[in-house]
Design a protein around this ligand. Structure first.
Ligand SMILES: Nc1nc2c(c(=O)[nH]1)N[C@H]1C(S)=C(S)[C@@H](COP(=O)(O)O)O[C@H]1N2
Ligand SMILES: [Mo]
Length: 363
């Protein structure tokens, strides 16, 4: 079998490979960071400032993953003739190399497809997505590292060669193939990045999450879906903070803080809004607790994955960490967390617990 298409050259393959490697590395590091923030080990601390940092890192995670999809397809296209090379296995090292490419392609594909479906909020599986996505990230980055190490001499050679004579072929030239690849990656980024970059929104056809939803902010899980409508709307609702109890009127009578803070969902959309409520340091002081204590946030919601979150001391000492009562100047509605919700700076959306019932203070 002979492959003579312009795309199947070392140089084309190496150039796409470099960009694919860069986007995978960005995607891996930002994903690892997001994982550490959500499941912090003892040695890990995440600051509460700047308020927008997680919004940027998670936006980068989704954008680099999306850019990687056309790059991966182009890369596979440019090297697939090799997959038919014979003999199948030349040496143990060669077998290892081929095996690692199989693992690499499989895990990379899995990551990109599950990530994309997650961004589209489409969950056609019944496993808990983040754990598998996280585990396979290590498999993907590990096999990429092996692949890069093995191919480094070829990549060097291919990138150093200034010009290679174009093979005589009909159809797309090398330059044309590369240009098409960059265009496809750029288009994929622009089509989705509007979910987190406000000025891209008008041209961002696939960023369907932005600006939809009540009070100017998207809603991931409604009060009805969480099964909290009756309890949240009840006049009997009270908030426990350590050993103290507050009614909503009492919360509204405490000093109020207003701040513009983003919700940055792990699914890639983010949206800034103006929130008003009691700052955590003020609330803790009113309850006789020292700001800077660790606090567990418990929702009225029962059994949901996000029915509970933990606020590290750094966040409970930050005057911008709010127990919000208002959103964009209106009373918080049920879907955004009425009677009150947590809005803390520089955190993933999954930790911005809605329909708060209790703050548990740890010593
Ligand atoms: N109790 C509870 N709080 C929750 C959730 C939830 O399912 N239950 N979803 C979280 C997620 S994933 C996000 S992105 C934000 C979204 O808040 P919003 O609906 O006000 O935009 O709320 C968070 N708080
Ligand atoms: Mo989210």
């Amino acid at each position: 079998m002979r492959f003579r298409g312009a795309a199947h050259s070392e140089r084309v393959s190496a150039r796409i490979g470099v960009w694919l490697g860069v986007s995978f590395l960005i995607c891996f590091l930002t994903g690892l960071l997001s994982h550490l923030i959500q499941h912090p080990p003892d040695w890990f601390g995440w600051p509460s400032r700047p308020v927008w940092l997680y919004r940027v890192t998670q936006g980068l995670h989704v954008v680099s993953g999306i850019a990687a999809i056309p790059l991966l397809l182009a890369k596979l296209w440019s090297v697939y003739p090799k997959l038919f090379g014979r003999p199948l296995v030349r040496s143990p090292l060669h077998a290892l190399e081929r095996g690692s490419i199989l693992v690499l392609s499989g895990s990379a594909f899995f990551q990109l497809v599950t990530g994309l479906l997650n961004v589209a909020q489409n969950y056609p599986w019944n496993f808990y997505f983040p754990q598998l996505h996280y585990a396979l990230a290590w498999v993907a980055i590990g096999s990429i590292a092996v692949h890069v190490a093995v191919k480094l001499p070829i990549v060097r050679r291919a990138l150093r060669r200034e010009t290679e004579p174009e093979p005589e072929s009909s159809g797309l030239s090398r330059r044309g193939f590369l240009r098409t690849t960059w265009l496809a990656a750029g288009a994929a980024v622009v089509a989705t990045a509007g979910a987190t970059v406000p000025w891209l929104r008008p041209v961002s056809g696939l960023s369907w999450r932005s600006d939809r939803g009540s009070q100017g902010v998207p809603v991931n899980r409604t009060a009805a879906a969480a099964g909290v409508v009756d309890k949240a709307a009840s006049a009997d609702w009270r908030l426990d903070v350590g050993t103290r109890t507050f009614s909503r009127a009492e919360l509204a009578a405490l000093p109020q803080t207003t701040a513009e803070l983003p919700i940055a969902c792990v699914e890639g959309w983010s949206q800034s809004a103006v929130w008003t409520g009691v700052s955590l340091p003020d609330l803790l002081r009113a309850a006789g607790v020292a700001p800077g204590s660790r606090v567990g946030v418990v929702s009225l919601e029962e059994g949901g994955l996000y029915a509970r979150s933990d606020l590290p001391g750094e966040h409970t000492a930050d005057p911008l960490t709010l127990l919000a009562l208002k959103l964009n100047g209106e009373e918080l509605n049920l879907d955004h967390g009425f009677p009150c919700r947590i809005i803390a700076p520089n955190r993933p959306g999954v930790l911005q617990t809605k329909w708060v019932r209790r703050l548990e203070v740890s010593p």
